[in-house]
Design a protein around this ligand. Sequence first.
Ligand code: IPE
Ligand code: IPE
Ligand code: MG
Length: 255
Amino acid sequence: MSEQEQSPTLPFPAERLPRHVAVIMDGNGRWAKRRGWRRVRGHEEGAESVRVVVRTCRRLGIPYLTLYAFSEENWARPQAEIAALMKLLERFLRRERDEMLERGIRLNAIGSIERLPASTLALLRQVMADTAAGEHMTLTLALSYGGRQEIARAARRLCQEVAAGALRPEEVDERAVAERLDTAGLPDPDLLIRTSGELRISNFLPWQLAYAEFYFTDTLWPDFREAELIQALASYAARERRFGKTSEQIAGEET
Ligand code: IPE
Ligand code: IPE
Ligand code: MG
């Protein structure tokens, strides 16, 4: 086993790892600007962090990782930056395909992906199809993703089904909504990480994060590597999730 393959040592029991980690990868532009470089350099370096975080989660046995790569609102950025981001995404998909296959990683996407440029979308669909049998980890990329838009789409579907007589209004419950979101079939995230010091969720998974633990760090995404990830996981491991119950009840459940 090469050094790279070794499982990182954890400062807490592996049972306390989250099952689903979601990340708002923010701060690429500022990382580059601080060095007097173009913003795109930050996105390039950020892609390296993506590699590291995917590999580390895979090695730790975290079964679900969801990365906010491009928001529906990001379409308002300068055309040149959007084009560079799409090229980087294509490069990432080409470079990582074999490794995802090798490591049993299934690639998944959420968001209005039909808005992506045709070449990017075709490649994305290809890699998703190629890796569909991956059983060890589901890597979900949120691309052209907006949470409110996703909820509105699910509501529209429910209305269409009711109008068609396929569903009764009384059957519309939390589960019925969840099943019509892009994330249908994925468990809710246990841990949300946001880098770069911003304290907001920017339209990322508003439904699914209802009971997630939040971890905010000032570290900019290109600087977020294995040590920073382990620190976030350690913070999560030390928390008590009560889901509305009392601390005493939770202690009782654990013993
Ligand atoms: C995150 O970094 C990447 C995307 C949103 C695509 P930013 O590009 O938002 O970097 P900052 O926030 O301007 O530093
Ligand atoms: C959120 O970052 C979107 C992604 C990380 C892809 P932004 O940089 O777009 O968020 P705001 O606009 O500052 O909230
Ligand atoms: Mg940003």
